[in-house]
Write a protein that binds this ligand. Sequence first.
Ligand SMILES: Nc1ncnc2c1ncn2[C@@H]1O[C@H](COP(=O)(O)OP(=O)(O)O)[C@@H](O)[C@H]1O
Ligand SMILES: [Mg+2]
Length: 322
Amino acid sequence: MKNNNQEVLVHVEHLKKYFSVRKRGTLKAVDGVSFDIYKGETLGLVGESGCGKTTCGRTVIGLYPATDGTIEYDGKDVTKIGNEEQKWFKKRVQMIFQDPYASLDPRMTVGDIIAEGMDNFGLYTEPKERQARINELLSLVGLNKEHASRFPHEFSGGQRQRIGIARALAVDPEFIVCDEPISALDVSIQAQVVNLLIKLQNELGLTYLFIAHDLSMVKHISDRVGVMYMGQMVELATSEELYSNPQHPYTQALLSAIPIPDPEIERTKTVLPLEGEVGSPINCGSGCRFASRCKYATEECSKVTPELKEIKEGHFAACHLF
Ligand SMILES: Nc1ncnc2c1ncn2[C@@H]1O[C@H](COP(=O)(O)OP(=O)(O)O)[C@@H](O)[C@H]1O
Ligand SMILES: [Mg+2]
């Protein structure tokens, strides 16, 4: 954490991912999102459920083809590369999934689950080597080698997420999309898994896109945080700046809903409730998508989509107020 490297690993520009929904039109899950991720940093990505975080993460690492836009990985536009280079890319990027119950095949042993990527990429020559790597990965995530022959149902949620992390690490990736990796876990073990991810990042020099649905979870792990609303990025800044000086009315509302550990501040703070409903991302037109819920909205807001602009060094917001 607290990464000072300014070398860009992932450059995303005007990324769009649309789904066609039968008889209903086009669902704009990600609609023109731009951001950079620096080598060795954690970029947090937050926003309410359905705002497009998972779709964004999956599209960036090539699990979904992009509808439009550019994704550069280490200087290479990965939306335009051929099969050989796709293989190169797929080995460098991995994903940790939200639900550690659904994401592990119940019929496979833990060892086989972890080794799947190694099997696919042919990363060993002898079975002995494969087993040694499985053992190494198990110990890296705080499990032990006896666990390799067991099945996922024998493990707790936290342990399963450790298995999912070991699986992601097996191919020795550089960049990992962590898709709400702790949302499905008991509060008591969430911190353990976050601390494991931080430890692994420091030891292995990993770069993370860390997705969460609320701001309290990402603060601890992220160098910078982006806030999404209905398929668009509405604010992006360093964690400190975003938490101490939120500018977009949506970010302010999200932050005011987080409990503050200091009882005195908590008692006296003003909560800006989010009013109205999230609109539908299907066939939505122009204008700011947050306008219907924003108390500052003007006529311009319902007509013109605000661009993400740098309002202060390193602090970006998409809002007509600035
Ligand atoms: N494979 C898909 N087909 C059609 N619609 C999808 C698909 N995946 C996601 N969506 C829709 O895209 C929007 C964004 O979803 P998602 O990226 O999962 O949001 P989040 O991760 O922020 O909760 C939602 O409206 C969701 O219903
Ligand atoms: Mg999601």
